[in-house]
Unconditional design. Sequence first.
Length: 303
Amino acid sequence: MRICSFFPTATELLDAIGAGRQIVGRSQHCSYPPGVVSRPIIVRSRIASGQLSSRGIDQAVKALRRRGEHHYRIDVSLLRRLKPDLVVTQELCNVCAASHPEVMEAIRQLPSRPRVASVSAGRIDELFQSIVALGRATGRSRQAATLNARMRREIGVMQRLVRRSSARPRVWCVEWLDPLMAAGHWVPEMVAIAGGSDGLGKPGQNSPKVTWDAIRRYDPEVVLVMPCSFSITRTVREFPLLAQRSGWTRLSAVKAGRVFAVQGAFFHHLGPRLISGIQLMASLFHPALFPAPASHDAVALVR
């Protein structure tokens, strides 16, 4: 089977159920597992995010929406040459990956139509359903069931461990720096499993914009800075967008030195690595119960 994966979560899930070697084309953002970067890129963003500020990226996205234009370019000529049997796409977010309509528009231009599987889980329970569906689509139902069982078991272990602490710190997961956003979809569920309380994000819903006044009233006890698609290095570079705000030093998280830039790949891609994300959160919420995270996974932004 020849598979084209149009977004990172699909690529990670395909690899996790043993279909990684069958991926013949990928999106620009698919970089895990590392071996996938050798596959040709079919989908590229139209926004040069590496050359823009956080505000500039937000404005570029809005400009494309106003013009009714797609955020991504699909190389139909390359797709035609690759002759996929299966294309895996999504219907959750047209900012993070090519939208379902533009994928279908590209597929209609092919001489032979591949099957299309959509992975659009917005919550953790929906992830398990998507893994089952992806297993069926690739003939790997047994491997999908094994992956689901392992992930459910690991989540259960984390839930039991965090019960040893009665503390549930108020957490702000910073999805974007300018404008300010909290994390939505599955991230608030990850916070809860890791023993925290997310009063800003709504499980299963899009990441909401938040005002600075609302943040100050909420007064988070832990701040995890995880702008979508940013490396930790870039997050650290843009951290002054937060630190320069009026009243920043009065936040409980800042006074306690509990503001961290974290490895976004553990949170933005709903795949097996979310377990690592939950473990990372737990180590920052409950340092007395869990070992400190690796330096390449979390960086303290205040002391």
